[in-house]
Design a protein around this ligand. Structure first.
Ligand code: ASP
Length: 356
């Protein structure tokens, strides 16, 4: 009898939930837990340069009292849904076989939790699935077929993510640039003239990272991407790897990245930024110092120019508990977006190590 009742209750609860309404509880829980602290924190949202609308949306949610994770995910969903951004979600550039594979990670500071998905096909909002991994599994990272099945189990529908625009860019690459791919013959650390692919215009990368401090001083972040265009199927960059493409410590701050994921994976840059902030650096100094660590880690000659500088870029975007923000990249010319409570976000120039 007891188990029948429990099962009925379970079915009732389950019926009340849909794929879109899962996020619910977390914000409400943390709201009641720390409402009293509300006014003493400086709210801020930082994002990569494609995050003008995302950060404005995130700030709107934060200003109405929302949780930072609800805010940043709602923000990046705008870019995931937008076919004109060919580096994220629907309309993202595909792998070398013409199939779109998406990566995303989320971290929720107050609960100290994170979730991620990688190589996810046919689902345009990987950030929502990353959040579900965090909230509805005992795992942190799901990949490929398993991630897709998990998304479908939660009611998400499969759809074609390859738009005509992305397909045409891929076709052009395939027809004229397919010798510049990611397959390398055996080579030495000082071999120079191979691996042109990562410097090719058509291989341009892109991603959105968005981090926020909400009115309760709670910090969260999200990174979402279609990854490196024309990658080897199954390739995973830094974006879904907690510590590399995103990291949040609710007592310290948050950081996320865009750029050459392979380089950042070798340094776990985002956790490094947060650790530099913990040690007393400003968000900008912490990002800059982390860029330097990536440069120091890069020893393969094929990734260096004639002056020994990296021939790729990585950018970081960071905030601290006080609501201060900063961003830096290896190369000049990168921008970030920030919102400190206004209806519209603004762009700023990232600090950098090398000038173009
Ligand atoms: N970091 C992403 C990746 O390597 C791509 C990018 O940000 O441009 O997958």
């Amino acid at each position: 009898m007891d188990s029948v009742i429990k099962r009925r209750e379970f079915l009732k609860t389950a019926a009340a939930l849909s794929a879109g309404s899962i996020a619910v509880t977390q914000a409400a829980y943390y709201e009641s837990a720390s409402r009293t602290a509300q006014s003493q924190f400086r709210q801020v949202v930082i994002a990569s340069s494609n995050g003008l609308m995302s950060s404005a949306r995130a700030m709107e949610i934060i200003r109405s009292g929302g949780d930072a994770l609800d805010a940043v995910i709602a923000g990046v969903n705008i870019v995931e849904d937008d076919p004109s951004d060919i580096s994220v979600g629907y309309g993202g550039l595909p792998n070398e076989e013409g199939v779109v594979e998406l990566d995303s990670s989320v971290m929720h500071g107050p609960s100290g939790r994170g979730g991620a998905v990688a190589s996810l096909r046919n689902i345009k909002n990987p950030s929502k699935i990353a959040r579900l991994v965090m909230e509805r599994t005992d795992h942190v990272l799901l990949v490929g077929e398993g991630a897709l099945r998990f998304a479908k189990a939660h009611g998400f529908k499969e759809e074609e993510l390859l738009t005509d625009t992305a397909r045409e860019v891929w076709l052009k690459w395939r027809e004229s640039h397919s010798t510049k791919d990611d397959w390398l013959p055996p080579h030495q650390i000082d071999t120079r003239d191979i691996g042109e692919g990562c410097r090719d215009y058509f291989r341009a990368t892109g991603t959105i990272n968005c981090n926020a401090v909400d009115q309760r001083g709670n910090i969260s972040g999200v990174t979402t991407t279609s990854g490196l265009a024309f990658k080897i199927p199954g390739r995973v960059g830094d974006s879904p790897i907690l510590g590399a493409g995103l990291y949040v410590d609710n007592t310290v701050g948050a950081a996320g990245s865009t750029g050459r994921g392979e380089a950042n994976l070798l340094s776990c840059g985002s956790v490094m930024v947060v650790e530099y902030i913990r040690a007393g650096k400003s968000p900008e100094e912490a990002c800059l110092q982390t860029c330097k660590r990536i440069v120091d880690q890069t020893k393969m000659k094929r990734l260096l120019d004639d002056h020994g500088r990296p021939n790729f870029n990585v950018s970081f975007y960071a905030i601290n508990k006080k609501g201060e923000y900063g961003s830096a990249a290896i190369w000049s010319g990168s921008q970030f977006v920030v919102n400190t409570g206004e209806p519209e976000s603004r762009k700023g120039d990232c600090a950098y190590l090398y000038k173009h």
